[in-house]
Design a protein around this ligand. Structure first.
Ligand SMILES: Cc1cc2nc3c(=O)[nH]c(=O)nc-3n(C[C@H](O)[C@H](O)[C@H](O)COP(=O)(O)OP(=O)(O)OC[C@H]3O[C@@H](n4cnc5c(N)ncnc54)[C@H](O)[C@@H]3O)c2cc1C
Length: 534
């Protein structure tokens, strides 16, 4: 193999992403939106037709909204309705809730300016690809990573263009491995995995058939239950349907069509099979999410079986949002590389919590080989919008706190997502619209403005100050105190990913020093604060 060397270019690229599926493309969008040049290599030309993710959570939609990824409105928006049926044309036995984990029991709270939605993965990926390109990402399809080495300063990747052409090397400061559950990068790094392991092998058949009349009652997912046949069938709401079978049997196309007709309960049904696939239902979490300058994300880091909380791809998209701001600040020289250690510290416990929650739910308990978990089933809103990060980038999130709870119970606890509030501002309808670029100090007390300016100058960080009740007003009076748990002199420090890093309920004697100390820990600034006690 002849390998040409792109390392002769004067500068290595900042971030190389392996895998151009949902998580790799999301990483590209999040980094490029922050101004970081990225190269994505994907061994296939486009998206896999194989039926996979369709449900995207509120948090994923919040992240996409921030970076201008526009997901078209879907007739499947909101939690999909599910029924247990003999067949679509036969007896309908019962309708049951999509997820056993929600809705929450607290007072009715508006959690977000957006709502969860549904779109097939092969329709979402082109949207992400287009947005990534618009933002300047360099996407290289039909290009495979065939090896890599890393040293103190970067990663050298060996790339193989599958359309012909010579293999070449690319030098990057950091690499994100979003190369899926069978990640060769993870194996090359010697990172092992733990968890329940392989649960079963599944077969899915993607097809078209004139079945719209069965959607009139609003149910879009069907558990087929016949004495000699069990299956699961869903619609993509674009004319395509998927039949999923819990077995590992190779079938001819005629046999596949016969099973589709059995599930529908009509021998005369015209059916076109688009594709069929075999996939493994497994639950495994990597024992480390990074090694040196390489970070695992998405299924490479955590393979979670598809569940009704949509933990699979959504967890991966959340991973790369967590990583993107940290890489941006370290590459820009604003934060020290040690900030990147908080990626594993924050994201691995989230994957482990989701693994636990999948098996706390009745539908997956049956798969457990060992003792059944007695962990309580958490509300989906707690898992998605009320998860807690504990790391050096968060101050005041001790081991005594629960791993997740409803956002209103946290009330602005450091380590949790800064809660949504409606603003009296048509351009920024949600307080979430103020987060994303740089750090933000929120307070109703204008004295924090001077503290913010002084901390930004001293530490070389990008920090904005938002005076609630001053330049920014919430739609409901007093909503800020309640949602963020502050008095009118307190302040919250929000990270570039919209998570609260620190807060003080009331103003301390020296707000400048308090804020500078908090940022010195949470942002790990490359520039040390100047001591005046020499
Ligand atoms: C039936 C089913 C239903 C699901 N439903 C949901 C759902 O509703 N909601 C949800 O959140 N999740 C769901 N999931 C899970 C979701 O599909 C995955 O979590 C998601 O695809 C993971 O994305 P990823 O980018 O991490 O990995 P993948 O999608 O596996 O992508 C990895 C990519 O890396 C590329 N690659 C691998 N090695 C190399 C290499 N050496 N060089 C270059 N490229 C390489 C591959 O070609 C691939 O494109 C479902 C999964 C299945 C199977």
């Amino acid at each position: 193999m002849t390998i040409t060397d792109e390392t002769t270019t004067p500068d290595p690229i900042p971030v190389l992403i392996i895998g151009g599926s949902l998580v790799g493309l999301s990483a590209a969008v999040f980094l490029a939106w922050r101004g970081v040049p990225v190269v994505v290599v994907e061994k296939h030309a486009g998206s896999s037709l194989h039926p996979r993710a369709i449900g995207y959570t509120t948090r994923t939609l919040e992240l996409f909204r921030r970076v201008g990824v526009e997901v078209p409105a879907s007739s499947l928006s909101g939690p999909p309705r599910r029924a247990r049926v003999e067949s679509l044309a036969g007896n309908w036995l019962e309708e049951y809730p999509w997820t056993p984990g929600g809705p929450g029991h607290g007072p009715r709270v508006e959690y977000s300016p957006v709502a969860a939605t549904a779109i097939p993965q092969d329709r979402l990926e082109p949207i992400l690809r287009e947005r990534a390109r618009e933002l300047g990402a360099d996407l290289r399809g039909r290009t495979e990573l065939v090896g890599f080495t890393q040293d103190r300063d970067g990663v050298t990747a060996a790339l193989h263009p599958r359309d012909g052409g010579e293999d070449y090397q690319l030098r990057a400061r950091y690499m994100i491995a979003a190369d899926g559950a069978t990640s060769a990068t993870r194996d090359a790094l010697g990172i092992t995995r733990s968890g329940e392991g392989l649960l079963s092998v599944q077969r899915s058949i993607l097809f078209t058939a004139p079945l719209d009349s069965y959607l009139e009652r609003g149910v879009v997912q069907f558990e087929i239950e016949q004495p000699d046949f069990k299956a699961f069938m869903i619609t993509y709401a674009d004319g395509r349907w998927v039949l999923m079978l819990s077995d590992d049997i190779d079938r001819t196309e005629d046999e596949q069509k016969a099973l589709i007709r059995k599930a529908v309960g009509r021998d005369d049904l015209p059916v076109e099979v688009i594709t069929s696939g075999r996939w493994e239902l497994a639950a495994l979490i990597a024992d480390h999410f990074s090694a040196g300058r390489v970070f695992l994300a998405g299924d490479a880091a955590h393979q979670l079986p598809p569940n009704r909380g949509g933990f699979g791809a959504n967890t991966g998209i959340d991973d790369v949002d967590n990583l993107a701001w940290k890489l941006t600040d370290v590459l820009a020289g604003r934060s020290r590389p040690e900030l990147l250690d908080t990626y594993d510290a924050e994201r691995r416990p989230i994957a482990e919590l989701r693994h636990q929650q999948i098996f706390a739910r009745a539908d997956y308990k049956a798969y457990l080989s060992g003792p059944r978990t007695d962990a309580p089933v958490l509300d989906d809103n707690a898992i998605e919008l009320g998860q807690l990060y504990r790391s050096d980038s968060v101050i005041g999130a001790g081991p005594d706190l629960p791993a997740a709870q409803l956002p209103e119970r946290w009330a602005g606890q450091p380590g949790t997502r800064a809660p949504h509030l409606r603003l009296d501002d048509p351009e920024h309808p949600s307080i979430l619209d103020l987060f994303g670029h740089g750090w933000v100090v929120l307070s109703q007390d204008p004295r924090w403005r001077a503290a913010t300016t002084s901390a930004a100058a001293e530490l070389g960080l990008e920090i904005g100050f938002v005076e609630i009740g001053g330049q920014v007003k919430t739609a409901e009076p007093d909503a800020f105190d309640t949602a963020y748990g502050l008095t009118d002199t307190g302040a919250s420090l929000v990270r570039p990913d919209g998570y609260i890093a620190w807060r003080t309920l009331t103003a301390p004697d020296d707000p400048d020093a308090a804020l500078t100390d908090a940022l010195t820990q949470a942002a790990d600034p490359a520039r040390e604060p100047v001591s005046d006690t020499l």
